[in-house]
Structure formats: C-alpha cells, structure tokens
Design a protein around this ligand. Structure first.
Ligand SMILES: Nc1ncnc2c1ncn2[C@@H]1O[C@H](COP(=O)(O)OP(=O)(O)OP(=O)(O)O)[C@@H](O)[C@H]1O
Length: 237
C-alpha cells in the first residue's frame, strides 16, 4: 500500500530525512515516532507529494507519487498537524468543495459527512464559518474532508492533538476499523501509549534515520514502547 525506498530530503545543508525505507501492507497501522525535528513531517509530506525528495522512490498502491500524483491522491488522504482550510467557507461548504474535487457523488458525500460528523461530534457546527471554529473543531473538519473519498491509505501527522477525549476515542476506533477492513494508516504521534495500543507496526526515527522498525510486538519485545524508545534515544545519541 505504501512503499518508501531510500528516501532522502535535505533543506539546504540540513539532511532532514536520511536514506529512509519502510513499507506498509493492507491491514497495517504504523506509528511513526521520534523526537521533535526528527523528520516525521518531512517524510509524511514526501509520501503525499507535497515535498520532492532529493533521492528515493515512494509508491502508493503500486503507483509512483512522482509519476502519478493524481492517481495516488485518489486512493490516499493526508491529515496535516495544522490544517489550512478556506476559513471564509462554512464547514459544509468546505466539505462539499473537497467532495467536488474528489468527484464524490452527492449521496455518498452526504452519508459520509453525516456518519463522520456524528462520530466526531461536529455536525452542529458545520453550518458555521470555519474561521469561528476552535483548533479541535477545525481538526475534526479536516479529518472528515480527508476521509470523504474513502481512501485506502491514510497519512496523519499527530492526529490526536486538539481532539477532545470522545473524538480521540472515536478516531482510534475509526482507524482500527479502517485497517481491519483492508486499509492502511501511517501516522506520527508523540503519545506512545496510543501507538502501543493501536498499532501493529512501528517506525522510530532519529535525526532523519530510521533506528527501529517492524511489527509492534517485535520492536517492543517484553518491555513497553516507551522503555524501548527511551533506550534507543540514549543508545544512538
Ligand atoms: N521548510 C524547512 N526549511 C528548513 N528546515 C526545515 C524545514 N522544515 C523542516 N525543517 C527541518 O528539518 C528537520 C525535520 O523537521 P520535521 O518537521 O520533519 O520534524 P518532525 O519529526 O515532524 O518534528 P515535530 O515532532 O517537532 O513535528 C528539522 O531539523 C527541521 O528544523
């Protein structure tokens, strides 16, 4: 579903991501963890075509994001950590705009907005201007917008930040259901307890390099993810 081969991305003389390779199959939900500035957002942005790598190859559902960006975007979604939206639109107007871009039928979009809006507890606010929404409310609208075309692969950058406990719980359920139904999710988080409970795979990045990667049970062994993470941070310092 997602294949990253030898990804390197530099900003000037700074190597933000250094020869990183990983892959995700259908049904896998992978947490991407690492210290601030480790290279998570850069990797996620390269996966969805927002950043051009200096070297390496990324494929989505077997298609190169470089060669077939539109086809890739039809089957994937990206939820950034700080969503930029057209704030002068209402939530409904924005979601309909996104549904138009993806060619989602009227019936399908209405059902999806209803289902996800109810799940995340945002339906009542969708008639108001986005500029009047709180950070968490905007995050919920961004989640609905990203999922409106039923993507197979979901990329998320710290998706739980700003969500209230009910919405965070519902999002975790939704993520688990998505993967149980044959989708895949690659998301960054600093909340190791959530990563440990929710994910069957984990990738740990430090200073742009992948320092641990594999099935959650194997990477964690008999300890907690937090213990493994802290040990790795110290070891490779
Ligand atoms: N546009 C940019 N120009 C220059 N350097 C950048 C730019 N974006 C990111 N960087 C640098 O690249 C490195 C990786 O940043 P990135 O945002 O990918 O980290 P991150 O793991 O997502 O961090 P956080 O957990 O704080 O969100 C950092 O050293 C950062 O300063």
């Amino acid at each position: 579903m997602l294949n990253i081969q030898n990804l390197t991305k530099r900003y000037g003389s700074k190597t933000a991501v250094d020869n990183l390779s990983l892959s995700l199959e259908a049904g896998e939900i992978c947490a991407f963890i690492g210290h601030n500035g480790a290279g998570k957002t850069t990797t996620l942005k390269a996966c969805c075509g927002l950043l051009t790598p200096d070297s390496g190859e990324i494929t989505i559902d077997g298609m190169s994001i470089r060669e077939k960006p539109i086809e890739c975007k039809r089957v994937m979604a990206y939820i950034p950590d700080n969503p930029d939206m057209y704030e002068f639109l209402t939530g409904y107007e924005y979601l309909n705009f996104v549904a138009d871009v993806y060619g989602v039928s009227k019936a399908d979009r209405e059902a999806r907005i209803q289902e996800l809006g109810t799940l995340l507890g945002i339906t009542d606010a969708l008639g108001g201007a986005i500029s009047e929404c709180s950070h968490g409310m905007k995050q919920k609208i961004a989640i609905i917008a990203a999922l409106i075309h039923k993507p197979k692969l979901i990329l998320m950058d710290e998706p739980f930040v700003g969500l209230d406990p009910v919405a965070a719980h519902q999002l975790k359920n939704l993520m688990a259901e998505h993967c149980a139904a044959g989708g895949a999710i690659f998301f960054s988080t600093h909340v190791l307890e959530v990563a440990e409970k929710l994910c069957n795979k984990v990738a740990i990045i430090k200073n742009g390099k992948l320092i641990a990667y594999g099935p959650m049970d194997e990477v964690r062994g008999d300890s907690s993810l937090e213990t493994v993470f802290l040990e790795l941070e110290e070891e490779k310092a």
